[in-house]
Design a binder for this molecule. Structure first.
Ligand code: UD1
Ligand code: MG
Length: 450
């Protein structure tokens, strides 16, 4: 990013009702790539070096307010009540920005794909109003950019536009930047005598030009500026986001034989030389080192996987799963909040929750860490090189010592010392010839009936 010559602030509009989402969750809190759209907008503002970030929220959504307060603090919130248009929304931030001096950029909580790199050109000049425009495939209801060469003369909303202006395909993304003093001086002049009876932010362009202040447009890709208004548009944004993230991973050397089937999160980190097989889903908080293999149909969130490890097919790694080098976690194994040391194995059908598995330990098929007593969670520790036989229940809190063995089918309720064998299951008895006699009797009974 270029050096920042003027202090920057961002005003992020998020006061819309989002009724077309038809969801009890406020629109801007809907996720793209596992992260709320509003957080993507805040991320971009932070990456632009904005020293002040103000989110304009409506009185109708305390959840949005709480979300902003949690991430940025109380003084990042401005309330617009009632919502009287985009210009009115930006004015709601004036008092909160206080004595800030510098450039203000206006962005949107429902435009999740717009990155700092896309926005950066809007700061190219520091003396007037600069708008981010785009060439629309279908200009529809967007505001039109009326240009004279490089100069932006006005933004005309579709409802107010003549047929000639409606034919223009250069449209307003809504994002603009201006020096703080100029912006609020202009907004104070904006009226609401228009088709919607709203205070239009877009009116500042013509007002600036009349004052002789420079007015410009810079252009971004239509996909980058897309806004989300419905569940269908949310899915389009998600698809665009996924495509970009998959391309970035492949460019970094990750092998994705079927990229369209792999679902990534905003923060998924994967080292080059790792293979992600088809139909793997990543939730947030996953780091995978180089040279690992994530096999098909695995679900991974909040987990760390070291080099050379193999996960799946059909594995589930939940938050706190921390797999060391060359660990193997196989089909239908769930791991949560467990550190597995180098070379440890749990290859089939197991639940490992809350604990640690030492290097080289082998967890047999069907082993369960019984971590929950109905009230509290407890830890299970399996020492290095230990061997836990199939279908064992390890009732936490419990420790299996290094190099110890647990007999298959055991219910282990007490610690096992290093090197010991623990057996905790019914004794086997043998009744000589019993089965043969039983079957003969039953066969005879059945034959007599038919
Ligand atoms: C706006 C622009 C239009 C542009 C389009 C891009 C204006 C007058 N028009 O139109 O030129 O092409 O966006 O999508 O600015 N909001 C508030 N408070 C309000 C009104 C809106 O916070 O009182 C927020 C909304 O939540 C939304 C955004 O501002 O995120 C845009 O508002 P919207 O009413 O959708 O504007 P458009 O008519 O689409
Ligand atoms: Mg809109």
């Amino acid at each position: 990013m270029t050096s920042i010559s003027h202090p920057r602030a961002a005003v992020i509009l998020a006061a819309g009702q989002g009724t077309r989402m038809r969801s009890p969750l406020p629109k801007v809190l809907h996720p793209v790539g596992g992260r709320a759209m509003l957080d993507h907008a805040i991320d971009a503002a932070e990456a632009l070096g904005c020293e002040r970030i103000v989110v304009v929220v409506g009185a109708h959504s305390p959840e949005v307010r709480a979300h902003v307060v949690k991430r940025l603090g109380e003084d990042a919130v401005a309330v617009q009540d009632p919502p009287l248009g985009t210009g009115h929304a930006v004015r709601a931030a004036e008092a909160v920005l206080g004595d800030f001096v510098g450039q203000v950029v206006v962005t949107y909580g429902d435009v999740p794909l717009l990155t700092a790199a896309d926005i950066e050109p809007v700061f190219a000049s520091a003396d007037g109003v600069t708008v981010i425009g785009f060439e629309a495939r279908d200009p529809g209801a967007y505001g039109r950019l009326v240009m004279d060469g490089d100069r932006l003369l006005a933004i005309t909303e579709a409802r107010e536009a003549s047929a000639e202006v409606l034919a223009l395909t250069a449209c307003n993304s809504g994002v603009l930047a201006a020096p703080v003093g100029l912006l609020f001086d202009l907004l104070a002049e904006v009226g609401c005598e228009n088709a919607r009876g709203e205070y239009y932010l877009t009116d500042v362009v013509e007002l600036a030009r009349r004052r002789g202040a420079p007015t410009r447009a810079v252009f971004a890709a239509e996909d980058a500026v897309m806004g989300v208004n419905s569940q269908a548009e949310l899915a389009v944004a998600e698809a665009l986001f996924q495509r970009a993230r998959r391309a970035a991973l492949m460019a970094a050397g990750v092998t994705l034989p079927a990229p369209d089937t792999v679902h990534l999160a905003w923060d998924t980190e994967v080292g080059g030389g790792t293979t992600i097989e088809p139909h793997v889903v990543f939730g947030p908080g996953v780091r995978i080192a180089s040279g690992a293999r994530i096999r098909a149909f695995s679900h991974i969130e909040g987990a760390t996987v070291a080099a050379g490890a193999e996960v799946g097919p059909y594995a589930r790694l939940r938050p706190g799963a921390d797999l060391g080098e060359k660990v193997r976690v196989g089909n239908f194994v769930e791991v949560k909040n467990v550190r597995m040391g180098e070379g440890a194995k749990a290859n089939h059908l197991a639940y490992l929750g809350d604990g640690a598995v030492g290097a080289g330990a082998n967890i047999g098929a069907g082993t369960i860490f019984c971590n929950y007593d109905g009230f509290f969670k407890h830890r299970t520790t399996v020492g290095e090189g230990a061997f836990v036989g199939s279908n064992s229940s390890l009732v936490a809190p419990v420790t299996i010592g290094a190099g110890a063995m647990v007999g298959s089918g055991s219910v282990i309720t007490g610690d096992v010392a290093p090197g010991d064998l623990a057996l905790a299951r019914g004794q086997q008895t043998a009744k000589t010839g019993w089965a043969a006699r039983f079957m003969e009797t039953m066969r005879a009974k059945k034959a007599a009936k038919t």
